[in-house]
Every structure is written in C-alpha cells, then in structure tokens.
Ligand binder design. Structure first.
Ligand SMILES: O=C(CO)[C@H](O)[C@H](O)COP(=O)(O)O
Length: 260
C-alpha cells in the first residue's frame, strides 16, 4: 500500500472511498462539510468522471459546493431536489447509538436539514471520533447575531437547570471577529464534558429564543463508516444491526490525490 497521505488523512480517505460505494446511478446525494467529507466529494467526483455516474449533489456549505463543482459533480439546491436518497458527511463525535455531535466546521444547520431530508445518512470518520458518551467535543449552537449575548446567557441558565456538567460556553471566533456561518449567524460552543441525555438537551436548546440549531444529531445517522490508517474499514449499520469489516486498496488513489 503506498500513499503520500498522513495516517489521519489515510483513515479519512479510506472511509470516504468505501462510503461512495453506496452511491448509485441517478441518486440525489447530500454532500457534507469538513475534511473527511471533502475526501468523499473527491472520490465521488472520480466516479462521475471515470464511470459516468449520473448524480445530483446537494452541498451543505459554500466550501463543499465549490469543491463539488471543481471535481465535476452536478450541484443542485435542496429546494430543487426536495428529497435526497443519501447524505454522506463527517462528524465530530459519534456514540454506539450513532447519535452525533456535528458543527466543528460551523455547517451543522445546513447539514442537519440536508441529512433529515435524506432517506439515509452515512457518517464517515476515523476511529478517534467514537465515544461512549457524547460531550467531550464542544457542542456548537448556532444563534442569530441579534442579542447573541442574551441567547448565550439563556443557554447557560438552561444548562444549569438541567444540571449538565461543565457548562462553560464561548462565542466562536474567526481571528478577532465572531465566526459567521453561511447563514450569517454566530456559534456558541458549549463545553459540557458529558451529555447524559442528548435527546432532551437538543430539544431544550432549540426552544431558546435566538437559537437556530444545535449540533446534536439524534436518530438521523443510519450507518457509520470508520476508516483506519492501514486501509481497514468498518461499517456499522444501526438499522440492520450489523458490523462489517473490509479493506480499501490504495494503488488506485495515487493519481487522484497527487495534487494535494
Ligand atoms: O460537522 C462538521 C462541519 O460542520 C464536520 O463534519 C465535522 O466537523 C467533522 O469534520 P472533519 O471531517 O474535518 O473532522
């Protein structure tokens, strides 16, 4: 096996490569955001160019839309697609029920809408994202800019009333200025350590005025594809109750990624 990729990129790449096997001709596919999802978009582009696979991609961010067009994927909006066959995306954490924390890249609002509009969501990941309990990764909460400090205070008050551990929060920054999402909003990251009841927390957060969406994905993900740096790939399917393992060959990837 030869590759110019780092071990972590190799793991992300093999997960992406395996996941695009689930894409069939004619599908409408949700395209996630982040470094792992970017591998998937490249792998899908390769299938479009080399096999003539006819798909329409619905990107979850401006970054992903740009990459998808670059690699030859036909891009349409969610409103054009209405419903999707499949979404493939990365995650920041997943537990054994395949509940997720997403939004490390600040795109969880579009990602959640697109994944929810899909018959199936596949998460691609390296093994480091697997946790027993969600919450080590800061939970992103997207808020509108108007009155964000009040929304932040209300979030903290709500966390205290739920007796959630940790409870510090911070406005996400981009250098000196607040981070701005594709929707023109801000993100408050919640440092919680351990989320005992993710379903309850997700519902409660979304009821706070000013909150647009949080990064908890509950009962949305169907499959997780875990790539390893030696080329092994595990596929966990929560609906089928299966856990399979295979190997992704590398030789074929060298041309594809010679530019990175
Ligand atoms: O939720 C996301 C972006 O909003 C990403 O999927 C998540 O942050 C994982 O990113 P990466 O694959 O770069 O680790």
């Amino acid at each position: 096996m030869s590759s110019n990729l780092s071990p972590i990129d190799t793991a992300k790449f093999v997960a992406a490569k395996r996941a695009v096997d689930f894409v069939e001709d004619g599908m409408r596919v949700g395209l996630g955001t982040g470094s792992t999802a970017a591998w998937m978009v490249r792998c899908l582009g390769e299938r479009v160019r080399e096999e003539g696979l006819r798909i329409a991609g619905v990107p979850t961010s401006t970054r992903t839309a740009e990459l998808a067009r670059q690699v030859g994927i036909r891009v349409i909006s969610l409103d054009e697609a209405r419903w999707l066959d499949l979404t493939i995306d990365g995650a920041d954490e997943f537990d054994m029920d395949l509940n997720l924390i997403k939004g490390g890249g600040g795109a969880h609002l579009q990602e959640k809408i697109v994944a929810t509009a899909s018959d199936q969501m596949i998460v691609i990941t390296d093994p480091s994202k697997q946790v027993e309990h969600l919450g080590s990764f800061p939970l992103p909460v997207e808020v509108i800019p108007f009155g964000w400090q009040t929304s932040k205070a209300l979030i903290e008050e709500t966390l205290a009333s739920l007796e959630v551990l940790g409870q510090t929060s911070a406005l996400r920054m981009n250098g000196e200025a607040p981070f701005v999402t594709d929707e023109g909003n801000h993100i408050i990251d919640l440092y919680l350590q351990r989320i005992g009841n993710p379903r309850q927390l997700s519902m409660v957060l979304n009821q706070i005025p000013g909150v647009v969406e949080n990064g908890l994905f509950i009962d949305i993900c169907d499959k997780v594809v875990i790539g390893h740096q030696d080329g092994r790939v595990e596929v966990i399917d929560i609906n089928e109750g299966t856990h399979d393992e295979g190997l992704v060959e590398f030789a074929e990837t060298e041309n594809l990624f010679s530019d990175i």
